[in-house]
Design a protein around this ligand. Structure first.
Ligand code: PAF
Length: 281
């Protein structure tokens, strides 16, 4: 496995693979890898001849007072996991390599970035779409793989690729969960034992809501039930609970007619957890 720290180095290798007629998949990550990331790598391996994973904690997607400084990092462990998984290359750049001084250009989806998590974390998705565009331009993959756990992020990246005619196919991979239902996230390690135990309320609420969605319930009643169920847990500080069209993220009212997605953001102490479930009426 090659480790690239510069854009030039990753481009050289990708060019050489392409010259041999090989296709390339990219798995963008912020590191501190877990089984959820490895599921993305496995999907990437099934989709292309070569797999590049990027590890970059992108400062542009963290707001003032957010957890950029404390975001968990362990590059050695990540590299060992990726080597074991048979990844061909890892792009592990410095902040200066990705954002040389003087950069002025940002990429933003004007509507989707402002709703839901975008309201809680203003500027977050602008940081995501800007770095993902840069990674696409640096690696020039045929396919890029993202987790469905970050459902709004996945919708935004699909929209950006459509809007800007980016020649890359986007693959979404189902959320990987702990045995008790908690969605895997690099941030889970920062939960206290008490909050870790309480955090199962997210997946429990989503699984219960999935069953209720089959009963002809309205979107607003289902949302209210989810919010009340989570709100009843004294450790869970509900930041948002929404039900949106699963494809467009548009608001829905009345009885569910089409697949919808329930999107949750819940704070446990200083840790913001998100989770989602697509429900079908
Ligand atoms: O989902 C993530 O880990 C990040 O938002 C991403 C897509 C790697 C961009 O920094």
């Amino acid at each position: 496995m090659q480790v690239f720290t510069t854009k030039a180095a990753v481009r050289d290798s990708v060019r050489a693979w392409r010259a041999e007629g090989q296709s390339v998949a990219l798995v963008p990550t912020m590191g501190y890898l877990h089984r959820g990331h490895m599921a993305l790598v496995e999907r990437a391996k099934a989709q292309a001849d070569r797999v590049v994973t990027s590890i970059f904690v992108n400062p542009l997607q963290f707001g003032p007072g957010e957890d950029l400084a404390t975001y968990p990092r362990d590059a050695d462990r990540d590299l060992a996991m990726l080597g074991e998984a048979g990844v061909d290359g890892v792009f592990l750049p410095s902040v200066e390599e990705v954002y040389p001084p003087g950069a002025q250009t940002i990429v933003e989806t004007t509507e989707l970035a402002k709703m839901l998590i975008g309201k809680l974390r203003p500027g977050h998705f602008r940081g995501v779409t800007t770095v993902v565009t840069k990674l696409f331009n640096i690696v020039q993959p045929d396919v890029a793989v993202f987790g469905e756990k970050d459902y709004q992020q996945l919708c935004i990246i699909r929209q950006m690729v459509r809007d800007l005619d980016v020649p890359v196919r986007i693959e979404g991979v189902a959320t990987v969960r702990e045995e008790d239902g908690l969605a895997l996230s690099s941030r889970n390690v920062r939960l206290t034992p008490e909050d870790r135990a309480a955090s199962v309320i997210l997946s429990q609420s989503l699984f219960a809501a999935e069953e209720m969605a089959k009963t002809g319930i309205t979107a607003s009643r289902l949302r209210a039930w989810v919010a009340a169920n989570i709100g009843a847990n004294p450790r869970a500080d509900l930041q948002s609970a929404d039900i949106r069209d699963a494809e467009t993220l548009a608001s829905i009212s009345g009885r569910l007619q089409r697949p919808a997605v329930i999107l949750l953001a819940v704070r446990f102490g200083k840790v913001l957890l998100i989770d989602q479930r697509v429900v079908t009426p």
